[in-house]
Design a protein. Structure first.
Length: 253
């Protein structure tokens, strides 16, 4: 029975991915900071583990408890919605610690086992904001752009061992910075000179009929894991598909 480890699986993209893989007969290791605080669907193939991707000891324990896995989905991450002038740099460092270094550390922890078995898939959840610039997302976008570069470079290192790495790029969803609470948060920490501009921009974004659902991301992860010829970058959601096709057209120009 194949086994997958998913970080940040308590809700949103991670939970939807866990449910899809369970439905397809996989054993699922669902990790989150506080498993006791979340109700996961009862299933004999589902195992919840505590994991803080910013803590080396927590990573080592979770990977040891999980045992050999066929796939790792690095979904755990945090967002930041603010123009750069209003960003608390301490919080920016925390974001990079989770989004970038946490992803790298989790990947590093599972690679020895995958390499020994000469097989495995690593899927990193990036974002469609890396394909097109958006205001008030510069720090978040930078962290996800780092994940893109990391994943694509890692693919070259690991191909010789039969290990595949892939990127899933979701669009706007309730769990992202473009979600339903984005505009409501505008007045909290965005500097006053930027408020009207950012409010108007995100109101326009939210009015779009193209959205990303958690199931869209789960389906993209499924493709990344189960289709050996899946492309390196997989957009997830109608809005992400549109951005991806537009940027691809421009690149081929």
């Amino acid at each position: 029975m194949p086994k997958i480890l998913i970080t940040g699986a308590s809700s949103g993209f991670g939970l939807a991915t866990a449910e899809l893989f369970l439905a397809q007969g996989w054993e699922v290791i669902a990790t989150m900071r506080a498993p006791a605080a979340h109700t996961m669907p009862a299933h004999d193939r589902l195992h919840s583990l505590s994991l803080d991707v910013t803590d080396a000891a927590s990573i080592a324990q979770a990977v040891a408890d999980a045992g050999a896995v066929d796939a790792l989905v690095n979904n755990a991450g945090v967002g930041m919605l603010n123009v750069l002038e209003g960003v608390d740099m301490a919080k920016a460092r925390e974001l990079f610690e989770t989004n970038v270094l946490g992803t790298m550390a989790m990947t590093q922890a599972v690679l020895p086992g995958m390499r020994a078995r000469q097989t495995g898939v690593i899927v990193n959840i990036s974002s469609s904001v890396t394909l097109r610039p958006f205001p008030a997302l510069s720090v978040y976008s930078a962290s996800k752009a780092a994940i893109n570069a990391f994943t694509e470079s890692l693919a070259l290192e690991m191909a010789q061992f039969g290990i595949r790495t892939r990127l899933v790029l979701p669009g706007s969803a309730p769990t992202t910075a473009f979600g339903k609470n984005a505009v409501a948060r505008m007045g909290m920490d965005v500097p006053a000179p930027y408020e009207a501009f950012v409010q108007d921009y995100f109101a326009t974004m939210r009015s779009s009929t193209e959205k990303t659902e958690a199931d869209d991301v789960a389906q993209a992860v499924w493709r990344a894991v189960t289709e050996p010829d899946a492309p390196m970058r997989l957009p997830a959601g109608a809005d992400a598909e549109t951005i991806f096709s537009q940027t691809t057209t421009q690149a081929n120009g």
